[in-house]
Design a protein around this ligand. Structure first.
Ligand code: SF4
Length: 320
C-alpha cells in the first residue's frame, strides 16, 4: 500500500492491476511487479489518488516530512495509539491497552470481518476468484479469511449465531406460507422445515421446542450474496465446487470461490438474489453488442449470460 505511487493503476493481460515495486525481501534493487486487483479496488485507489495531498504517493501521512521518505508503519501505529489515548477525555473512546501493535496484525482484519457477516462468505470467494483465477491463488480464500488461533472460537460462535438468526427468519417465512427460495436445495430445506413443524405439532410443543428442533436439525447453510449454500459435510457428494478440484490440505467444506449457483444441487436462490442476476444478465447482453469482439471473448460473455439465465430460470421457471 505504501509503495503505491500515483498512476499505478494499469491493465495487465486485460485485467486491472497495480504496477509497483516489490519491496519485501529485496534490499537493494526492487523489481517492478504487477498485482491483479478487482474493479472496486481499482476504483478505490483512483479515488484515494485524487484526494491524496502527497506529490508522489497515494497513501501517505497527512503531514509528509520529505517527499521520498519511507513511511514507518510501526511508528504510525504507535503515534495513532498515543493520539487516541491522549484524547480519550474528549472523544469518549476507551483506552487502547498497552502492547505492541504492528501493521501486519491488521492484514487479515478485513477478510475476518467479511467472514463474520454470514452473508459475505460466498461473495468473498467469488470476489477473490476474479483476481485469483489468473493468479491461481483461488484456493487460498478460506485460508486467507481464517482467523489467528486466538480468534477461532469467538469467530466461529459469531458466524454460527448469525447463521442461525437468518435460518430462524427463513423458518418463520416458510411458516407463514411464503416462498423461501428456489432450486432443489430450497426444496430440501422446505422439507426439513415441514418435518420440524409436524414434530412440534405432534408433540404439542411451543416456540422453544420449535427452536430447539431447528437447532438440532443441524442444517448447514451459508448465506451468500449470490446464493445460499446448503453444503452438508456429512454428504458432500454433488457439490459442484468440489468437482475435479484440488482441495487444499486441511480444508473441509465447499470451495466457495468455485461456486456454481446455476448448477449445484446445494445452491438455493432467493428473491433477494434475483436483482443481481438480472443486472448481470443485462450487462452480458449489452457487452455482446460491442462491435469487433474477439471470438473467445464473445464465447466467455455468452457463457456468463447463460449462467445468469440458468439462475433466473430457477427463479421464474421461464427463460428471461
Ligand atoms: S457449488 Fe454448491 S456446494 Fe459449492 S459453494 Fe456453491 S452451492 Fe455450495
Amino acid at each position: 500500500m505504501q509503495e503505491i505511487a500515483r498512476g499505478s493503476i494499469v491493465e495487465h493481460y486485460n485485467a486491472p492491476a497495480i504496477a509497483s515495486t516489490l519491496v519485501k525481501g529485496h534490499q537493494g534493487r526492487r523489481p517492478r511487479k504487477h498485482w491483479w486487483i478487482s474493479e472496486p479496488v481499482a476504483e478505490a485507489i483512483t479515488v484515494a489518488e485524487s484526494v491524496s495531498s502527497h506529490p508522489r504517493r497515494v497513501f501517505a501521512t497527512l503531514t509528509p516530512r520529505a517527499v521520498n521518505e519511507e513511511l514507518d508503519g510501526g511508528a504510525m501505529v504507535d503515534s495513532f495509539i498515543a493520539c487516541v489515548n491522549a484524547g480519550g477525555t474528549w472523544s469518549g473512546l476507551a483506552q487502547i491497552p498497552k502492547g505492541k501493535v504492528r501493521p501486519h496484525m491488521f492484514r487479515r482484519t478485513m477478510a475476518m470481518l467479511t467472514d463474520q457477516f454470514a452473508g459475505s462468505e460466498i461473495a468473498l470467494g467469488m470476489q477473490l476468484k476474479h483476481i485469483a483465477t489468473r493468479a491461481l491463488a483461488n484456493r487460498a480464500t478460506r485460508g486467507y479469511a481464517a482467523p489467528d488461533p486466538g480468534w477461532a472460537e469467538h469467530l466461529e460462535n459469531a458466524v454460527h449465531a448469525a447463521r442461525f438468526r437468518r435460518l430462524k427468519d427463513l423458518y418463520e417465512v416458510h411458516g407463514r406460507g411464503q416462498d423461501i427460495g428456489f432450486g432443489s436445495a430450497a426444496e430440501r430445506l422446505k422439507g426439513v422445515f415441514d418435518q420440524i413443524t409436524a414434530t412440534v405439532k405432534a408433540r404439542h410443543g411451543d416456540a422453544r421446542v420449535e427452536m430447539d428442533l431447528l437447532r438440532k436439525a443441524r442444517i448447514t447453510i451459508r448465506f451468500g450474496t449470490l446464493n445460499n449454500c446448503l453444503f452438508d459435510e456429512r454428504s458432500p457428494a454433488g457439490a459442484v465446487c468440489l468437482e475435479n478440484a484440488v482441495v487444499p490440505e486441511g480444508h473441509s467444506g465447499p470451495l466457495e470461490d468455485r461456486c456454481r449457483p446455476d448448477r449445484c444441487p446445494n445452491s438455493m436462490i432467493t428473491a433477494e438474489h434475483a436483482p443481481l442476476y438480472e443486472a448481470h444478465h443485462r450487462t452480458q447482453l449489452n457487452l455482446l453488442q460491442t462491435p469487433g469482439l474477439p471470438a473467445c471473448r464473445k464465447a466467455l460473455i455468452t457463457r456468463e449470460a447463460e449462467r445468469a439465465e440458468a439462475v433466473l430460470y430457477k427463479i421464474r421457471g421461464t427463460t428471461p
